[in-house]
Design a protein. Structure first.
Length: 235
């Protein structure tokens, strides 16, 4: 298969899961769209300005640095980690996503703490201090995790579960690419700038990225809007 289709196939794999969740969770549809609109730009921006410089360089169907694949990938990677735990483990939030339950100022502050500050830190480390994008992104995400853990200890254990769950969900995407194009890792990743450590034909840096990213994103919905997780039957 031509390699220019692999990133699209990979993105569509995650998008199908996200769309199924959107269909199965009507209560959260508005929140899904709001949160995606708030941060969807981060995926294409980070891809264009630093991740494709020294981490990986997936081919798009138009042969450009970013294209529709990045927006599909971004949509899925906002929706899936934020809401899959509630779907799989039959959890809910103590409040609904309505204007009466949303405190705008506090939600914006939490969004800045969870996302804007860590994202900006990654940008500064890469562009000003010239630290490898992998390290820069990891430091930014770890800062987000530290902020979350310090402010919402009640979400720590659930976050561990969905980090493990979502790494497992990501595995078929990588394995399918290996089946379609056995040399896709060498073609898409700057392996000479990475550790060259592979697990199931996956660069170890990507596995670490998924684990940390899913951990920091999995509780974003509850953190941003100051909701608590409860058993679904008690709501």
């Amino acid at each position: 298969m031509p390699t220019k289709y692999l990133y699209l196939i990979w993105s569509l794999y995650f998008a199908i899961i996200a769309l199924l969740m959107y269909y199965k969770m009507p209560k959260y549809r508005k929140a899904m769209l709001v949160l995606w609109l708030a941060i969807f730009w981060s995926g294409p921006v980070s891809e264009y300005f630093w991740m494709t410089k020294d981490w990986w360089h997936p081919e798009t169907i138009t042969w450009t640095i970013i294209w529709v694949e990045d927006f599909i990938f971004s949509f899925a990677h906002v929706i899936i980690p934020m809401f899959i735990y509630k779907l799989v483990f039959k959890k809910d939030t103590d409040k609904d996503f309505t204007k009466d339950n949303i405190k705008i100022k506090k939600s914006l502050r939490n969004l800045v703490l969870w996302f804007i500050i860590p994202f900006s830190l990654s940008w500064i480390l890469f562009w000003i201090f010239h630290i490898n994008s992998i390290i820069s992104v990891f430091i930014g995400m770890l800062l987000s995790c530290i902020i979350l853990i310090s402010l919402r200890k009640d979400l720590f254990i659930p976050s561990l579960w969905w980090a493990i769950l979502l790494v497992i969900i990501a595995l078929p995407a990588y394995l399918s690419l290996e089946f379609l194009s056995p040399w896709y890792v060498e073609e898409f990743w700057f392996m000479w700038k990475l550790t060259w450590i592979l697990w199931l034909w996956i660069p170890i840096e990507d596995i670490i990225w998924y684990a940390i990213y899913w951990f920091m994103t999995g509780w974003a919905y509850e953190f941003i809007f100051d909701f608590k997780l409860v058993d679904k039957k008690t709501v």
